[in-house]
Design a protein around this ligand. Structure first.
Ligand SMILES: Nc1ncnc2c1ncn2[C@@H]1O[C@H](COP(=O)(O)OP(=O)(O)OP(=O)(O)O)[C@@H](O)[C@H]1O
Ligand SMILES: [Mg+2]
Length: 184
């Protein structure tokens, strides 16, 4: 499928960014995030646990904890391609699901509803100027975003932003993409 070609190319591009560069970009992007109204006005923030090739998210999560924010992270259900978010308070609560994928345990006491979340930081491989996104291909976020109505943004390196990415009728754009250079 046409989106898959973009996925292969984007992953290859991400793999070739050095650890040092990635760290440098993360510092600039997270500073922009913390200064934004999205971050400042949000108490409950949904984040993923980044994989090796992505911008690391643990420093942002820890910063949020320090500021008293509640961080929630997703657990995917591969049978239905749905996911749920769970309150995340401690790194040791995660389990290694598959290769470098970490998720929370399914604790019903920690489950949150879409309407409980103030800000969703949506992951992706490639983004465009309108906020359309090519993700990992499961449709997990597209499904969740169809029942989620608060703020949604993505964090990306400038190299992951292009003028236009293909999208289908079920693809929902994010409100903004924050890169080390600007906010789209
Ligand atoms: N709201 C929805 N309801 C049902 N199926 C959906 C919905 N949104 C997307 N899908 C299905 O999910 C599949 C993957 O979608 P897509 O290729 O856009 O993935 P993606 O955006 O990269 O993944 P993700 O959302 O997990 O980041 C598609 O085949 C599509 O049919
Ligand atoms: Mg999609």
């Amino acid at each position: 499928m046409y989106k898959d070609t973009f996925r292969v190319l984007s992953k290859r591009l991400l793999k070739h960014i050095s650890k040092e560069d990635r760290k440098h970009y993360l510092d600039q992007i997270s500073t922009k995030l913390y200064e934004s109204e999205w971050w400042k006005n949000s108490e409950v923030i949904a984040m993923t646990i980044a994989r090796e090739i992505e911008l690391s998210t643990l420093p942002i999560i820890e910063h949020g904890w320090k500021q008293g924010k509640q961080i929630v992270v997703p657990k995917c259900k591969p049978e239905s391609h749905e996911m749920n978010f769970y309150i995340f308070t401690n790194q040791h609560e995660l389990e290694n699901v598959y290769l470098d994928l970490y998720e929370p345990k399914e604790d019903p006491n920690k489950l949150v509803k879409p309407s409980d979340i103030d800000l969703m930081v949506v992951p992706g491989l490639l983004f465009d100027h309108q906020g359309y996104r090519i993700g990992y291909g499961g449709g997990y976020y597209d499904r969740y975003l169809s029942k989620y109505h608060q703020s949604k943004i993505s964090l990306a390196m400038e190299q992951q932003v292009v003028k236009h990415v293909p999208h289908d009728e079920y693809d929902l754009p994010v409100d903004a993409v924050i890169t080390e250079k600007k906010i789209y």
